[in-house]
Design a protein around this ligand. Structure first.
Ligand code: GLC
Length: 550
């Protein structure tokens, strides 16, 4: 196991202190002791000092080494290493999948007790992300590079659902190693949705792939991978699927139900926040990595235009706080023309009662979904956390999202971080929206269940907004249960107190998510792998029309 140097300096102490007044935008209201060194050096501000491009990465003394003594972290914010860390590394290593003797990913769950394997014996693209971050932080970069290359090659396989051919850019939801003992051969077999329950293609896979490619490049400083013709092509193919022109009137991405982490019918079809936030982040990551030569130039231009429109749309129409809720409550309907205030014709009566109680005076969040006459008022963890780390949320919105989590701690965090969404669908709504899904009963699984994997995203959001104590509190909650309960996939109940009804044990992303959260809090400089600074306004390039020259 490699041990790496224990200190990273991306911005000097003096530089950091200079800006203190600006740094601490919010004051955590927890009574836990605050560590001055940490809170005042809000990483969100540190990252502002960093150029998002790779030049700064290469010049930075921070790379390729991280600033922690992993995996046996010294535990500066916890007062010592936790025994769970060693256990977690051991369990994570057991999940590594080898292909022709090379590590290529981690299996979704190593649950020998479970009778039903389904596809939990596969390497899922989204599930591998926290594993990859943990390995990167431990300077084990090969597995991440191999994974990126193997999935890239899988992209070119033929993708058919019955007689229908999927787009060339689609990335697999998962893959497995097929071993033929007689012939002594190994092949990778991917699932693009053609075997998945519900036959849905994972829209998030391609976005996670781009985000991971940037994380790898940022962390290792090795630009040769992202600049290789095959990675450039892979990115272009993924982007081609979402930047092509169609009948859209919105810059958001139209999706079917079950196309992301929530991979079953849960009423998230339309424009789900999880996909929109990942889409935004992937676009920004791609913008940093695409080479401006050849076909890349056209994509760079298209991304700029899309980001410009997407940012506006999301920050305005998906945002909900007390003030905006009151506006919607008083909306007039059936407005026609450009002067309409209620642009999507949302009928105030469709606002569910729970929102009025849930919405604190301080705080806000991005809605679950916005489309004509439809607002999904549910709160979703992944989309809101990604909105913070990617800076899709403005600094004020990021603060408000964290305020809301703090205010609604019992509802959203409870006894096990973090609820996948809030609140749960019940009774008639559950029947209609989930199609009577027995796995997604109220407060279970995707329907208001609590997923330990989300801990790393919560921690990243906490660090970015200067609230390490909030992350610490969440991590300690997880630590009190995870090992004892055998690293479950999810917990059930309003407070997340019960190991999930059908939850797998030794679920890899629960293990890796914990490790990433802990390591990130130990060394906040590692956040830069997945954090993006606030965007400078992107001006779309205006092209003169042909008639202009005529
Ligand atoms: C479940 C989850 C999905 C995850 C998969 C493997 O289907 O809903 O998000 O990728 O399990 O862990």
């Amino acid at each position: 196991m490699k041990r790496v140097s224990s200190h990273v300096s991306l911005a000097s102490e003096a530089e950091i202190n200079l800006d203190l007044s600006r740094l601490v935008i919010d004051k955590p209201r927890f009574t836990l002791e605050r560590k001055r060194s940490f809170d005042e050096q809000s990483w969100s501000e540190l990252s502002h000092r960093q150029n998002d491009g790779f030049d700064s990465v290469l010049q930075s003394p921070a790379f390729p080494s991280g600033g922690f003594d992993s995996p046996f972290s010294v535990g500066t914010h916890f007062g010592g290493p936790h025994p769970l860390v060693n256990e977690a590394w051991e369990a994570l290593r057991k999940s590594v999948v080898y292909f022709r003797e090379q590590p290529v990913g981690t299996i979704a769950a190593v649950d020998h007790a479970s009778e039903e394997v389904l596809n939990y014996d596969q390497v899922f693209v989204r599930d591998f992300v926290p594993s990859a971050l943990a390995f990167l932080m431990n300077n084990e970069t090969d597995i991440v590079k191999n994974f990126l290359l193997k999935t890239l090659h899988l992209q070119s396989s033929e993708k058919m659902v019955d007689r229908f051919k999927l787009g060339a850019g689609a990335m697999p939801a998962s893959f497995k190693v097929d071993r033929n003992k007689n012939r002594n051969t190994e092949t990778l077999v991917a699932d693009f949705g053609e075997s998945a329950i519900g036959r849905v293609a994972p829209v998030d896979s391609g976005f996670w792939w781009i985000i991971l490619l940037r994380a790898y490049t940022k962390y290792t400083g090795d630009v040769s991978l992202s600049e290789s013709p095959e990675c450039q092509k892979c990115m272009r193919l993924i982007l081609n699927l979402c930047l092509s022109e169609g009948f859209d009137t919105f810059p958001t991405l139209l999706c079917t139900d079950g196309c992301s982490m929530i991979d079953r019918r849960m009423g998230i079809y339309g424009y789900p926040i999880e996909i929109q936030a990942l889409f935004y982040m992937a676009l920004r990551c791609a913008l940093q990595m695409l080479k401006p030569e050849g076909e890349g130039k056209d994509f760079i231009e298209k991304i700029g235009q899309r980001l410009h429109a997407l940012t506006y749309h999301m920050r305005n129409y998906f945002w909900l706080d007390f003030h905006q809720l009151n506006n919607i409550y008083r909306y007039k309907t059936e407005e026609y023309s450009h002067t309409a205030v209620n642009k999507f014709n949302v009928i105030p009566d469709s606002i569910p009662d729970w929102v009025f109680d849930f919405m604190p005076c301080r705080g806000g969040y991005f809605l679950g979904n916005v489309s004509p006459a439809m607002m999904d008022f549910r709160w979703f963890a992944l989309g809101n956390c990604i909105a913070i780390v990617s800076s899709l949320a403005t600094p004020e919105q990021s603060v408000a999202i964290m305020d809301l989590i703090e205010e609604k701690w019992d509802e959203l965090v409870g006894e096990m971080p973090l609820k996948i969404c809030y609140p749960a669908l019940e009774n008639h709504e559950w029947r209609i929206i989930t199609g009577c899904d027995p796995k997604n009963t109220r407060w279970s699984y995707h329907n208001g269940g609590s997923w330990p994997v989300l801990l790393w995203l919560l921690t990243a959001a906490c660090i970015k907004t200067g609230r390490p104590q909030m992350a610490k509190r969440a991590i300690e909650l997880a630590e009190s249960r995870l090992l004892k309960d055998g690293w479950p996939e999810y917990y059930d109940g309003k407070l997340g107190r019960f190991v999930g009804k059908q939850a797998r044990k030794f679920q890899t992303w629960s293990i890796a998510g914990y490790l990433v959260a802990r390591m990130m809090l130990e060394d906040p400089s590692t956040l830069m792998m997945i954090s993006m600074e606030e965007d400078r306004p992107v001006k779309p390039t205006m092209r003169r029309s042909a008639s202009w020259n005529a």
